[in-house]
Design a protein. Structure first.
Lengths: 287, 133
């Protein structure tokens, strides 16, 4: 108890020593690109949090706010752990210089006492920091999930699902859900699944695609698999997977033409038509 | 011949790590794009089988480089439940998990050499090699 009071009463000199030490970390370390003002003011806030926490024996709000700030600044966890290690060392050294007789018993008591206030703080700050990280990661997961099986209604009756990247079981489930939900919502006659960006088509991926295509067929639409690269076509054949039951096209372009045919449309080149009209007019004039 | 690189399989995403390593080694050895895709797909099948049926195991890759020929060998080992009837699982369409049942026979066709050993209650070891032509 009395050590703690000593540290609190002499916070000025301890803070000063602490500031000097943490400042020396700046250049050699992670925070080299941070402005001096920001570094200094954050350090001050940090040491205030440390002292508030020692005084109130754990003030959660200040700790919470501070660790959130460090994360938002993009500073590493080591800034927090380094800062607390320095605090432990600086306080211990300070207390040692303040005492006349130092024997091993005294030293044991002293370091036990310092650990008593520093360790809960380390635990709390690290937990807060990693908790916020987990929160960010889970938000990004949701964001990624929303991107992982997009469905694009390109025109009345035609929808495209471009797949890019590895397909795991979770994503395969999303593909199926989005495909059916979207095909119904957009009233699709044709759905194109583009696998140009899928690196490996193994039996699991093929199985999911086949199931998705069959489900699309059940709701009365046609599913065309497009973007089958030559090497993927080879491996699918080697695996012995039978895709003959539903339409496949090598490119999105070819698949789209087929989709237009199915929906009773075709692409006309307006320039060519105009030229033809001009030619017709010319020939009429010539008569 | 000694192991050159191994990947532990216990999460689904380890499958991706294993096939990336397989593809990388195949590329370095000079395999063409089609064979790279074949090797990556074979790794994917064996790694997924470990993940699905044995929960965990390992995929190791060995580079074979002799005067006569060069190639890549993959060895999938697990200490899972093992396979009672090997000829059954080597048939197209046989599955105990509602899959396509094309994995093991597919790997045999994707690769040049294929060897499977399994003991019920002991585990499974599958060795498959692709030669550079
Ligand atoms: N490593 C393994 N350990 C135990 N059983 C396996 C293993 N690999 C495959 N099997 C069995 O062999 C069957 C066929 O495997 P596979 O050809 O890959 O098809 P699928 O995985 O689609 O079922 C599996 O359903 C499973 O019962
Ligand atoms: Mg399988």
């Amino acid at each position: 108890m009395e050590f703690k009071q000593l540290v609190i009463n002499n916070s000025d000199s301890i803070v000063q020593k602490w500031m000097e030490e943490i400042d020396s970390l700046k250049d050699s370390n992670y925070t080299a690109t941070i402005s001096d003002e920001l570094y200094e003011s954050t350090n001050r806030e940090f040491v205030n949090v440390i002292f508030t926490s020692i005084r109130n024996e754990g003030s959660t709000k200040a700790v919470e706010d501070f660790s959130e700030k460090i994360i938002n600044l993009g500073w590493p966890l080591s800034y927090i752990t380094d800062g607390l290690q320095i605090f432990r060392r600086v306080s211990t050294e300070y207390l040692l210089t303040q005492s006349e007789k130092v024997d091993s018993n005294f030293f044991t008591n002293l370091s036990a006492s310092v650990n008593d206030w520093v360790e809960p703080l380390i635990r709390e700050l690290v937990n807060e920091y990693s908790g916020s990280w987990e929160h960010i990661v889970s938000l990004q997961r949701v964001a990624l999930q929303e991107l992982s099986a997009p469905l694009i209604p390109v025109m009345e009756g035609i929808t495209i699902m471009p797949l890019i990247g590895t397909i795991d079981t979770e994503r395969a489930k999303l593909i199926m859900e989005n495909l059916l939900e979207g095909a119904i919502k957009h009233n699709s006659e044709v759905v194109l699944i583009d696998i140009t960006g899928v690196p490996v088509v193994d039996t699991m991926v093929a199985h999911h695609i086949i199931q998705a295509a069959e489900a699309v067929r059940l709701i009365g639409a046609t599913c065309i698999l497009v973007g089958i690269r030559p090497e993927i076509a080879q491996t699918i054949v080697n695996l012995g997977i039978d895709l003959s039951n539903f339409p496949t096209k090598s490119s999105l372009k070819k698949g789209f033409s087929t989709a237009l045919e199915i929906t009773g449309r075709h692409v006309t080149d307006l320039n060519v038509k105009e030229n033809n009209i001009e030619k017709m007019m010319d020939s009429l004039r010539g008569e | 011949m000694k192991p050159q690189a191994c990947v532990n399989i216990h999460k689904e995403w380890d499958i991706v790590g294993a096939r990336q390593l397989g593809r990388e080694m195949a590329k370095d050895l000079g395999f063409g794009t089609v064979d790279q895709a074949r090797i990556a797909t074979a790794v994917s099948e064996l790694a997924r089988n470990i993940y699905l049926y044995a929960e965990q195991g390992q995929i190791c890759f060995e580079i074979i480089d002799t005067i006569e020929r060069r190639g890549l060998c993959m060895i999938a080992v697990d200490s899972g439940p093992g396979i009672a009837d090997i000829s059954q699982v080597m048939q197209d369409g046989f599955t105990t998990s509602g899959g396509l049942g094309a994995g093991l026979p597919g790997v045999k066709r994707l690769m040049d050499e294929f060897d499977i050993r399994s003991e019920v209650g002991e585990g499974t070891k599958i060795k498959a090699t692709k030669w550079i032509r």
